[in-house]
Write a protein that binds this ligand. Structure first.
Ligand code: BGC
Length: 450
């Protein structure tokens, strides 16, 4: 136990939102039921060498069939807010055109069941699973994505907006453009600036398009979008490392929020971003702006960055936690609680940011089942130390309105497969048995039954 942790949920104000976060591809399974179309992840996971041990998410937690059990479990754990995403290719199998009534019916069942159980759904429109049919036309690199995304957002808003009042447009655009369209380590496996830069610009425009569609169609909606972000520390206090850290900060923390606030791209820090102009049309700068009700900050770690001549465009590289002799997680991410505080502070500095919600925070450690129990003390300590920092941020006057743990049940961790487990609840992927971990039992007590 963490002796320094003596908070409970009542130490935050009454309307502070406590929840858990998930994503469709990572939990649903049922990858080809009815007329569901394939997504880029369905395809990517069939390619050799893309995912740890050739794993895929065709079944994963089988949330498609287990959603009632999982939502009931949430209820018994006093969890009243559930962040989930919609699988675009379950709703529009080809990405645009025909709507799948089966897909809509599935999400209606999930949403209705949440509401019946007193669990509020928080819905993300896009959490990385682009319909493969759209990727075959270029995906995020093709400017037509703006129309496809508008159509998809409109269907979702019209079908579910009567009951879903909390929306997020995109999940971590820096990750799906950076890992998927520059490094090629996530779906669709594209690489290089010629893919990355247009994908970035189109994601920025879709971020605002999604916001406008939701605003127009869903009365009283609270609309946000989410960003991955990490405090950046220079490796050494040298001018070169400080410069490298500035570049990393611009790419990892500023690239997507600043155009939405009308501040444009951070070309000051990363001159190669000037090449985004090649994909910009007159009026785009204004079209990128949307007044979000909240910003979803997703923080896990901090990054330590040093200068490197060998990294093209930015001459900066991350020094992994394992190379620095610090406490790390199974993802090789440093455990560094002040990072969440500092990111809240950094995002709060923008005049246009009205409210922050921590829409993801959590950790993967080795979990062992012993006598039917998972005694995940490291995760418990991690969560408590980060929650403490969120509390401190509130005490210091920052407008933080909620905190969602990544994640509810262990699930498919993208290119890392099933090895890193992040859940409050252990998943046995063979039997689909769920075991509430020690951290999950603690979270239940922490929340209380109010
Ligand atoms: C993503 C999740 C992911 C988690 C842990 C976030 O970047 O939104 O999908 O599982 O971090 O890596």
């Amino acid at each position: 136990m963490n002796k320094d942790f003596n908070l409970n949920s009542q130490d935050f104000e009454n309307d502070f939102v406590w929840g858990v976060s998930t994503a469709a591809y990572q939990i649903e399974g049922a990858y080809n039921v009815h007329d569901k179309g394939p997504s880029i992840w369905d395809e990517f996971t069939t390619k050799k060498g893309t995912v740890f041990q050739g794993q895929h998410a065709q079944k994963t937690c089988d949330f498609y069939n287990n959603f009632e059990t999982d939502i009931l479990l949430m209820k018994t754990m006093n969890i009243k807010h559930f962040r989930l995403s919609l699988a675009w290719s379950r709703i529009l199998p080809n990405g645009c055109g025909t709507v799948s009534r089966e897909g809509i019916a599935f999400y209606n069942r999930v949403i209705d069941f949440c509401l019946e159980c007193g669990v509020t759904p928080w819905v993300t429109l896009y959490h990385w699973d682009l319909p493969l049919a759209l990727q075959q036309k270029g995906g995020w690199v093709n400017r037509d994505i703006i129309n496809w995304f508008e159509e998809y957002a409109t269907v979702c808003a019209k079908e579910f907006g009567d009951r879903v009042k909390h929306w997020m447009v995109l999940n971590e655009p820096m990750v799906f453009t950076g890992a998927g369209y520059f490094l090629g380590v996530h779906a669709p496996g594209s690489t290089g600036l010629k893919n990355f830069l247009p994908a970035v610009h189109h994601a920025v425009l879709c971020q605002a398009v999604g916001g406008r569609v939701l605003r127009n169609i869903v009365p009283n909606a609270s609309i946000g979008t989410t960003f991955s972000c990490s405090q950046i520390t220079p490796y050494k206090n040298t001018p070169k490392d400080i410069e490298a850290a500035k570049k990393a900060d611009a790419l990892l923390n500023r690239l997507f929020i600043e155009p939405a606030l009308g501040l444009g791209y951070p070309v000051d820090a990363v001159p190669v971003l000037k090449r985004l102009e090649n994909y910009q049309k007159p009026g785009d700068e204004t079209k990128a702006i949307f007044d979000f009700d909240f910003i979803g900050v997703q923080n896990y770690t901090r990054e330590v960055v040093k200068h490197s001549y060998f990294v093209p465009y930015i001459q900066a590289k991350i020094v992994k936690a394992s190379q620095r002799d610090v406490k790390n997680t199974l993802m090789d991410w440093e455990v560094y609680p002040p990072s969440i505080y500092n990111m809240i502070a950094q995002f709060s500095k923008y005049e246009g940011v009205k409210k922050i919600l921590i829409t993801e925070n959590g950790a993967a450690f080795t979990d062992l089942v012993m006598d039917g129990k998972v005694n995940d003390l490291e995760r418990l300590q991690y969560l408590q130390s980060y929650i403490k920092q969120v509390h401190k941020a509130k005490e210091d006057g920052y407008n933080v309105g909620g905190y969602f743990i990544w994640t509810f049940t262990d699930n498919f961790e993208w290119a890392e497969g099933y090895r890193p487990r992040f859940g409050l609840v252990y998943t046995d992927f063979t039997t689909q048995e769920r075991i509430v971990k020690y951290s999950g039992k603690w979270f239940k007590e922490f929340l209380g039954n109010t």
